[in-house]
Each structure stands twice: as structure tokens, then as C-alpha cells.
Ligand binder design. Structure first.
Ligand code: DX5
Ligand code: ZN
Length: 220
């Protein structure tokens, strides 16, 4: 079985010491740092922007997996790339032209991802699958950490697994929301190759981060 990528979501970290939290995640064995960007418009919560991403960039050598929950999204792509994003993931609903947005992400040199909400079908990826390096299946509605895993994500992961295999390309299939030691093995069995986890990793004391990551990995 291939190595499952673990991406701690800093949304659940202690924002008063974000740099330290990013370093702790890397030291604990994370593979990527998941950065949730929210605008209070596309989703009902506001988090961080490019200046914060830039401020923590020096704290880790790991890829920054930047999940943009903002609309419009196109005007901010270059700013997040300049701030240090390695993968930039957008929602089709951010609009207005998903294909153009993915071209714009790739033009910056970043890898491009598409995120599918619980209410968005797997088929939404079909017209753009050739342009993506990552597909993010939301197993909660975007906007907040600490929500419960929505079961319909599992058949969607299975459907996307088939679509990815048919391309013959190595597209990361990531699941985000309510991922813990119980839900992680089911997501992996359905075909996910990357797990985002906020609460399940950053939820307790930093001395537990390594164990938290190990628990998710071994569950996988
Ligand atoms: C939700 C975010 C998630 C969130 C996950 O909009 O995309 O990345 O931080 O948090 P948990 O793991 O607590 O569900
Ligand atoms: Zn996310």
C-alpha cells in the first residue's frame, strides 16, 4: 500500500503561535501543511490570507497545501503562490470559470487542486481532470473545523478513484473534514491517498501530535 499523505490543518492549531505549530507538525511526521483560507463570503467564516501564509513559510520545508474557500478566487492566486503555496485548491463554485482558474494556477508553477463539496457530484471533475494534480473531497461542508464526517463522501471517493485510475496519472485524492482514527481507514479503503485532519491532530497538547499522526497513518 502506498504511503498515505497526512496533512494537518492549521485551522485547528493555536493561532497565537502558528509558526511553532507548523514546525511541530513537521517534526511530528506530517507530509504537507494544509492551510484553510476563508473569506466570510464563500463560506461563513474568516481565517487567514497570504500575509500569514508568507509569515509561516519559513517554518517548514513541507509542501503547503492551500485550500481556498473564497470567491472570487482568481485575483488572489498569484498572491498565495508568492506567499509560498505549493498546491492551490479551489472550489468549482468560486467561479466563474473553473477551467481558466486551473490554467491560472498552473501558470504560476503551483500544482492545481479542485475541491468538491458534499453537495457537488464527482462528475464535476470530468471536464477538468486533465488539469488537476489533486482532488479534494469535502466530507463536511466547508467553513469550520470539528464537524462530523458526512458518509456520502465515501462513494464519492470510490467514484473519483476510478476516474483517477482511468487517467493513468498520479493525482492525489484527498479527504477533508471529520477525519479521525475511525473515519480515516474507511476513506483510505475507498481510495483516498491523502488525509487532512485538524482536530484529530491539533486537538490536544503538542506532545501528542506525533502519536495523533501515527494513529491516522496506522488506521490507514
Ligand atoms: C473545513 C476545512 C478543513 C478543516 C478540517 O472547511 O476545509 O480543512 O480544518 O477540520 P477537522 O479535521 O477538525 O474536521
Ligand atoms: Zn481544508
Amino acid at each position: 500500500m502506498a504511503h498515505t499523505l497526512i496533512a494537518p490543518s492549521i485551522l485547528a492549531a493555536d493561532f497565537s503561535k502558528l509558526g511553532e505549530e507548523v514546525r511541530a507538525a513537521e517534526a511530528a511526521g506530517a507530509d504537507m501543511i494544509h492551510v484553510d483560507v476563508m473569506d466570510g463570503h464563500f463560506v461563513p467564516n474568516i481565517s487567514i490570507g497570504p500575509v500569514v501564509v508568507k509569515a509561516i513559510r519559513a517554518d517548514s520545508k513541507l509542501p503547503f497545501d492551500v485550500h481556498l474557500m473564497i470567491a472570487p478566487v482568481d485575483p488572489y492566486i498569484q498572491a498565495f503562490r508568492d506567499a509560498g503555496a505549493d498546491i492551490i485548491t479551489v472550489h468549482p463554485e468560486s467561479g466563474p470559470h473553473l477551467h481558466r482558474t486551473l490554467q491560472a494556477i498552473r501558470a504560476t508553477g503551483a500544482k492545481a487542486g479542485v475541491s468538491l463539496n458534499p453537495g457537488t457530484p464527482a462528475e464535476a471533475i470530468d471536464p477538468v481532470i486533465d488539469l488537476v494534480d489533486l482532488i479534494l473531497v469535502m466530507s463536511v461542508n466547508p467553513g469550520f473545523g470539528g464537524q462530523s464526517f458526512i458518509e456520502t463522501a465515501l462513494p464519492k471517493i470510490e467514484a473519483l478513484r476510478k476516474k483517477i485510475d482511468a487517467t493513468g496519472r498520479d493525482i492525489i485524492l484527498e479527504v477533508d473534514g471529520g477525519v479521525n482514527a475511525k473515519t480515516a481507514p474507511r476513506a483510505i479503503a475507498a481510495g483516498a491517498t491523502a488525509l487532512v485532519a485538524g482536530t484529530a491532530i491539533y486537538g490536544g497538547d503538542s506532545s501528542a501530535y506525533a502519536d495523533n499522526i501515527k494513529r491516522l497513518r496506522s488506521a490507514a
